[in-house]
Design a protein around this ligand. Structure first.
Ligand code: NAD
Length: 409
């Protein structure tokens, strides 16, 4: 990799960070030089996380050169790239963050890997399982760190749940269930590139948010979904084109051309599953549930206790017991080490979604510095995890078509 290996190998210190003007601080290892392709909702979250982790934001790319220049100014990047293709191969960039619509993930990630860059690529890693597997192989060949932001793993109380399941504290698992519900696509006037299968892929609700739920539950339990039986619903068969609304914009969307378009991607998916260890479960995924903004919730019942987590209330974990139940608060003094590590603020000072992103990006950069790929940092979601989500999505789609149980490959 041009620049990065040399710079990273040269610094004696374990800390890094930009100087007041973004340059290297004397005596410290120079900052990683990063660039962000796609500057919508999540591109801005990435840019903030990267800066928080001490990276130097070289540039951004958006859907046009003028909008990239505007976004560069807004996000404090050095420059706007003319297009994403030139960003992912730029010689002065060490780490590429891919935050574009889904259809661009594979070509941009392949080009970045080919140029020897470390890559953070948004989910879904690819809109089909074969392409996701190709990206895993390309990342292995390149020998770089390649990660996917399954960021809900970075809530301290998710790590606490994982530690309790792993230690056997809740007993053998019996039932896993939950939901991921949103409402930002709940009316026919709500539209987004995700609805268009050419941009978003053949699965919308499941690939977009169901994939997060499955990753989280597999991460917490250490078990894997083995087979699924799914039903999907397109509750809103036609939508009025929004002409480019960003994610989660439900008001004041500019540029609606008033054209009604038939919808082929799903709004709702209900999935029954069984795991490799023989545990039964279910998940309900919806982007059309009024009042539910981002309700990712799971419940895991073991023989001795039940754990329940809701990402809209991420500062607590409900631990159910037959005699008594308790609500465990995020207090590092009383959490497992792996959970306490992600507890950054004193208890009672809420941490949230951006903090998860900050931790994920910081861990990715830590893995880059450590060498040895994403596996260098425990719990860091890699391209293999992105490909795993694509396999589950493929099985869910197959099942919605066949009406039968389908194995997850
Ligand atoms: N990990 C998470 O928690 C999470 C959350 C939200 C979104 N995402 C993922 O992030 C990606 C982006 O989603 P979003 O919600 O930010 O969407 P968005 O619509 O808000 O932003 C997409 C951005 O991509 C830009 N873009 C479009 N075409 C481009 C091109 N050819 N080159 C460069 N930029 C281009 C647009 O200008 C826009 O800024 C999606 O893949 C989505 O699944 C992940």
């Amino acid at each position: 990799m041009e620049g990065a290996t040399e710079e990273l190998a040269s610094g004696p210190s374990t800390s890094s960070g930009p100087g007041p003007t973004g340059g290297a601080v004397p005596g410290r290892r120079p900052a990683l030089r990063i660039a962000v392709a796609g500057t919508g909702f999540i591109g801005a979250v990435h840019a903030h996380a990267a800066r928080r982790a001490g990276a130097h934001l070289i540039g951004v790319a958006a859907s046009s050169a003028p909008s990239a220049r505007e976004a560069a100014q807004a996000l404090g990047a050095e420059r706007g790239f003319d297009d994403a293709e030139s960003l992912v191969t730029a010689p002065d960039v060490d780490v590429v963050h891919i935050c574009t619509p889904n259809d661009l993930h594979v070509p941009l990630a392949l080009a970045a890997l080919d140029a020897g860059k470390h890559v953070i690529c948004e989910k879904p890693l690819a809109v089909d399982a074969a392409a996701a597997a190709e990206l895993v192989r390309a990342a292995d060949t390149a020998g770089v760190v390649a990660t996917v932001p399954f960021v809900y793993r970075f809530y301290p109380l998710v790590r606490e749940a994982r530690a309790r399941v792993g230690s056997g504290a809740i007993g053998s698992l019996r039932l896993i269930h939950g939901c991921y519900l949103q409402d930002w696509l709940a009316t026919e006037d709500d539209d987004n590139w995700r609805v268009d299968p050419e941009r978003g892929g053949p699965s919308r609700a499941f690939a977009d948010i169901g994939s997060h739920w499955c990753d989280l539950v597999e991460f917490v339990t250490g078990d894997r979904l083995a087979a699924v039986c799914a039903e999907s619903v397109t509750a809103i068969p036609e939508r009025v084109s929004a002409g480019g609304g960003h994610a989660f914009e439900t008001h004041g969307r500019a540029g609606s051309d008033g054209v009604r378009r038939a919808v082929t991607t799903e709004d709702i998916v209900v999935v029954l599953f069984r795991t490799r260890d023989g545990v039964t479960g279910s998940v309900v995924v919806s982007q059309v549930s009024p009042g539910r903004k981002n309700r990712l919730q799971f419940e895991i019942a073991g023989a001795d206790a039940t754990l329940s987590f809701d990402q809209e209330r991420p500062e607590t974990l409900w631990v159910g017991g037959r005699e008594a139940s308790e609500v465990v608060a995020r207090d590092p003094a009383h959490l497992a080490d792996e959970a306490a590590r992600y507890s950054l603020l004193p208890p009672g000072h809420p941490q949230g979604y951006q903090d998860c992103f900050d931790a994920f990006v910081a861990d990715t950069y830590r893995a880059i510095r450590a060498g040895g790929g994403a596996a260098a940092v425990d719990g860091l979601p890699s391209f293999a995890d992105g490909a795993r989500a694509a396999d589950i999505t493929a099985a869910v789609l197959r099942s919605t078509r066949t009406g039968r149980w389908e194995d997850v490959s």
